[in-house]
Each structure stands twice: as structure tokens, then as C-alpha cells.
Design a protein around this ligand. Structure first.
Ligand SMILES: Cc1cc2nc3c(=O)[nH]c(=O)nc-3n(C[C@H](O)[C@H](O)[C@H](O)COP(=O)(O)OP(=O)(O)OC[C@H]3O[C@@H](n4cnc5c(N)ncnc54)[C@H](O)[C@@H]3O)c2cc1C
Length: 400
């Protein structure tokens, strides 16, 4: 299908490229043994293998019961650019935001972009904006968690020239100890207590994540004022920490911040109301559906405060299926969605939002959109989702 990919960011890759998220979760099913087994095949598996082969990621690496890939955000973005340029039918429009959506009855007709005079007309639209921007502008029903429940944002930055053994498990403990001492001695801002450090696939590099306290009731992830405020706060905390680490932490004497994020990391935003809303209970029960198109294999991970995650694992570690209906808007016949804005509750989104799962949802939504475009009435009729899902699931599970 001829496809136009619109991204308001300059670098492709979403949060992974621009908020410097450096770990790909959800690619493998949860297992107590040490064998990583893919949760989905198809594009996600192909992407993961190619990413590692390209040197942009390493792993799988085991973390407790979970297997993840460690990726380097700039290399990840470069890899995405290479993939995009290989697709003959795909046009990528970076640095371009949607500012208007025209509709007629239950169909989206076109989107207007800030950089083009004429609106873009299409048969199917997929909202992968994370914020449900397209759906919201169209007037589709969306939902957000109340501010006091919403997942906290975080600021991530890259540090280079770090000695390799300083980022191993022992090094990471020492990193936390040095920060605690700095805070106790009044040298460091107490908000750095939440800082964690992880290695990447590049030997002398580390990524540091600082969860930010988003100030409860007043916080809105869609308010540019807050985003700017957190961006400034994050940068100040990062430079303060860099100076402290250089003088206090063995292996970090010559460390240097090499990359600040293009924006602060937003974990949760608006979610679009679909024909099915996935719930936390379905994630924990490993629900299955007639119209399954892919699987979610990450526990529910909620960050209500800036002091770490609450994890809730599914019973028997069983993956939860994602039905096609959760990728179809209930309000518009030609609107699909994938990624962290799919139709889910706040709790379910805590599991579904990870990158590995987003990759598979994206493939499923793309295949469903292609089906919709080819069908005579340009719509997936309610009640036919299971039939439409069957061939999609086969492609998304290919290779497992
Ligand atoms: C701090 C933090 C740490 C995380 N840690 C991990 C982790 O360790 N492992 C993991 O797997 N996941 C992690 N995640 C979650 C993961 O990064 C996201 O949930 C995932 O990237 C969601 O993918 P997405 O494609 O739905 O949205 P995004 O990655 O947010 O991509 C949305 C894209 O839409 C574009 N866009 C938005 N609005 C518009 C608009 N109006 N017009 C045009 N384009 C628009 C954006 O520029 C962006 O490119 C973390 C997230 C955060 C914030």
C-alpha cells in the first residue's frame, strides 16, 4: 500500500530515539528459565534480529524473569532511517505535525499538516502518535488517567567515556551509593535519588534515567509549559550529576554527557476508545480472543511516583492476546491505532506500552489498514473482526 508516515520529530523512532529510551522490552515471553522465547514473530522479530546485527542493540539480556535488548538510541534512530529509505511505497515526512483533521460522518477524510498547503487525503489512518493526537483532533472518544494516577515522566541522558566495569551490577550499586552520599552531604539535588544507570551496546557508554516527580494534580503531559519545565529541570539535574560522578565515582573520572533527549520521556497520555478496551485483569489472566492479532508479554509496570516501578506479573507468566478490536476506533470506520495510545485501561497500558509490543501492534494495524483499503466498503464491519484477524495473526506470528 502507498503509505505516508508523518512524524513531528526529526529523527524516526519515537521515544526510543528522542527520549533516549534504551531498552526494548516485550519482545520475549516471561519465563523462569533462561531461554528467551519471542512473544511475536513477524516484523518485531525481524526488526530485533536486524537491529542486533546492525550493532544498534545487544542481547537478549536477562533481567529477573524478563529478557530485553539494550539499544543505543542514536544508532536505533539511524537504523530506523535506513529501514524507511528501503521501502519503495513509503514516504516519510519528518518534522511535520498534524494540526487539523477533516471528517464526514464516521470517516476521516484528510489531515492538514503544518508544512503543506493541501490536506492529505487517505483511505485509512493509523494513529501511532502515543498522545492520540489524530484521534483527538478528529473528535474520537479518548480517555486519560487522572493526573494523580498517571505514570510519571522521566529524563534520560547518555554518558560516554565510562570504564566498562563501572557499569556492571556492582558499578551500578556504587553509582546509587555515590548519589545518596551526594544528597546527604547537600551537594546533589534530592530529586537525583531516583537516578538509575544502565549499560548500552556500546562498551564505554551508559544511559542514566531520572524519574521526575510530576507534581500530582497539576501535571499534564499535554501541556507544553510542563514539558519545557521538566526539560530544563532534567538538564540541570543531568549536568549536576555529571560533575559529581567525575569527582566521586571510580571509572567515571572522564565521563561526559554526549546526548540530551530531544524531549522528556512521557510514559502515558491519551488512549483511544476502541471496539474493545483491554483491561489489567485481561493482562494478568493472559486473555485470548477470537480476533487476536498479536501478544503482549510484559507485566503491568506502573510508575506512580518517581521512586521506581510497581510490577504485577500475569498468572503463570502467560502472555495476553491483543484483539484487532483494540486497534480499531469505535467512532471512525477508517481509524486504526497502535502503540501506547491503543484502546486499554490505565493498568493494561502499563503492560502494552513497551516497545517490543508496540512493534507488533504496528504491524497488525498496518495489515488491518491494508485489508480495509482493499475491501469494497473501505471498512472492517463489526462482527467480521475474527475473519480479518486470522491472516494478520499468521503474519505477525511468522517465525515463532
Ligand atoms: C522514561 C521512559 C522509559 C521507558 N522505558 C522503556 C523500556 O525500558 N523499554 C520499553 O520497551 N519501553 C520503555 N518505555 C515505553 C516506550 O518507550 C513507549 O511506550 C513506546 O516508545 C511507545 O511507542 P509509540 O510508538 O506508541 O509512541 P512514541 O514512541 O511516543 O512515538 C510516537 C511518535 O508520534 C509522533 N507524534 C506525536 N504526536 C504527533 C503529531 N501530532 N503529529 C505528528 N507526529 C506526532 C512523535 O514524534 C513520535 O515519533 C519507556 C518510556 C519512557 C517515557
Amino acid at each position: 500500500m502507498r503509505t505516508l508516515l508523518i512524524d513531528r520529530a526529526l529523527a524516526p523512532g519515537g521515544n526510543a530515539a528522542n527520549a533516549l529510551v534504551h531498552c526494548i522490552c516485550g519482545l520475549y515471553i516471561i519465563s523462569p528459565d533462561m531461554i528467551p522465547r519471542p512473544a511475536n514473530g513477524g516484523f518485531a522479530l525481524e526488526f530485533a534480529l536486524a537491529l542486533v546485527e546492525d550493532g544498534a542493540a545487544s542481547g537478549p539480556v536477562r533481567m529477573d524473569r524478563l529478557d530485553v535488548l539494550l539499544q543505543e538510541p542514536l544508532l536505533f534512530s539511524r537504523f530506523c532511517s535506513k529501514l524507511l529509505s528501503k521501502e519503495k511505497n513509503l514516504t516519510f515526512l519528518p518534522n511535520t505535525a498534524i494540526h487539523r483533521v477533516d471528517i464526514e460522518d464516521s470517516r476521516i477524510l484528510s489531515v492538514s499538516l503544518d508544512s503543506l498547503a493541501n490536506p492529505i487525503i487517505a483511505t485509512a489512518f493509523i494513529d501511532t502518535s502515543g498522545e492520540a493526537d489524530l484521534a483527538h483532533l478528529a473528535g474520537a472518544e479518548c480517555e486519560s488517567a487522572p493526573p494523580e494516577k498517571r505514570q510519571q515522566p522521566a529524563y534520560i541522558f547518555s554518558i560516554a567515556h565510562v570504564k566498562m566495569d563501572a557499569v556492571d551490577e556492582e558499578g551500578r550499586l556504587e553509582f546509587s551509593r555515590v548519589i545518596v552520599m551526594g544528597i546527604r552531604n547537600g551537594i546533589l539535588d534530592p530529586r537525583l535519588a531516583a537516578a538509575v544507570m544502565r549499560p548500552t551496546c556500546i562498551p564505554d557508554q551508559a544511559q542514566v534515567t531520572v524519574d521526575l516527580d510530576a507534581e500530582g494534580d497539576h501535571y499534564s503531559q499535554l501541556n507544553p509549559e510542563f514539558l519545557t519545565k521538566f526539560q530544563i529541570l532534567g538538564k540541570n539535574l543531568a549536568t549536576q550529576l555529571e560533575t559529581h560522578l567525575r569527582s566521586q565515582l571510580t571509572g567515571f573520572e572522564e565521563c561526559e554527557i554526549t546526548t540530551f533527549p530531544a524531549h522528556v520521556g512521557i510514559r502515558e497520555s491519551r488512549r483511544i476508545a476502541g471496539r474493545h478496551q483491554l483491561t489489567g485483569q485481561e493482562i494478568l489472566n493472559g486473555a485470548e480472543f477470537d480476533d487476536t492479532v498479536c501478544r503482549s508479554a510484559w507485566p503491568i509496570e506502573l510508575r506512580k511516583t518517581a521512586c521506581g516501578a510497581e510490577m504485577e506479573y500475569p498468572g503463570k507468566n502467560k502472555p495476553c492476546s491483543i484483539p484487532l478490536r483494540a486497534l480499531l476506533s469505535k467512532d471512525f470506520d477508517n481509524l486504526l491505532m497502535a502503540g501506547r495510545c491503543i484502546s486499554s485501561t490505565h493498568e493494561a497500558q502499563g503492560a502494552l506500552r513497551v516497545i517490543g509490543t508496540c512493534l507488533s501492534m504496528g504491524q497488525a494495524a498496518g495489515l488491518a489498514a491494508a485489508h480495509l483499503v482493499s475491501s469494497s466498503n473501505h471498512c472492517i464491519e463489526p462482527g467480521t473482526e475474527a475473519d480479518v484477524a486470522n491472516p494478520i495473526r499468521k503474519i505477525v506470528f511468522e517465525g515463532i
